[in-house]
Ligand binder design. Structure first.
Ligand code: FES
Length: 177
């Protein structure tokens, strides 16, 4: 499916160009915006951004795959990213990951059949002193996780009691551009 900026995204792109001295600096906020429009960075949207930025599609993919906040394929409403770096590993990240896998019935990198949860590991989330840590949808942090806490977080997300809005909800409520 082909992709083109919506009128609003085109306006946003033009505004970004006035904000930064170098065009390359526009790329990260632009990718956030495109991801918001499409749900994830499709090959078509990457090609289109590359064309508009005067960069290669490979360069856009390099940037997008470097940052965990960018999605290169369709993911669940809630993306659970559990840190498995050294501090989190030493403080029980493996048990937390196993608990999440068994509660959701999926493996790492997979999405539940109802499209609600995607489970992933992440590199250091800069929360080592309160390890193990997890981020949900890039902004909701959970620290000092245990398997029991993980169960509560997942149940809360299912009940929408402890969750921040999903990515799409947040965007539709005028969240980060
Ligand atoms: S190692 Fe997990 S937050 Fe730093």
């Amino acid at each position: 499916m082909s992709y083109k900026f919506s009128p609003d995204t085109e306006k946003y792109f033009q505004w970004l160009l006035t904000r930064y001295p170098k065009k390359d600096a526009v790329l990260l906020p632009l990718l956030h915006r495109v991801q918001n429009d499409v749900g994830y960075l499709t090959p078509e949207s990457i090609d289109y951004v590359a064309e508009r930025m005067g960069l290669s599609s490979g360069r856009i993919r390099e940037v997008a795959s470097f940052y965990s906040m960018f999605r290169l394929n369709k993911k669940g409403t809630y993306v659970l990213q559990i840190c498995h770096n050294i501090s989190c590993y030493l403080r029980g990240a493996d048990e937390v990951i196993e608990k999440a896998k068994s509660l959701l019935g999926i493996g790492l990198g997979e999405t539940t059949p109802d499209g609600m949860f995607t489970l992933e590991t992440a590199e250091c989330l800069a929360s080592c002193s309160t390890a193990p840590a997890m981020q949900v949808n890039d902004w909701d942090y959970h620290e000092e996780l245990t398997p029991e806490k993980m169960e509560k977080v997942i149940q809360g997300l299912k009940d929408k009691k402890c969750a921040l809005p999903s990515y799409r909800d947040r965007m539709s409520q005028g969240g980060v551009a």
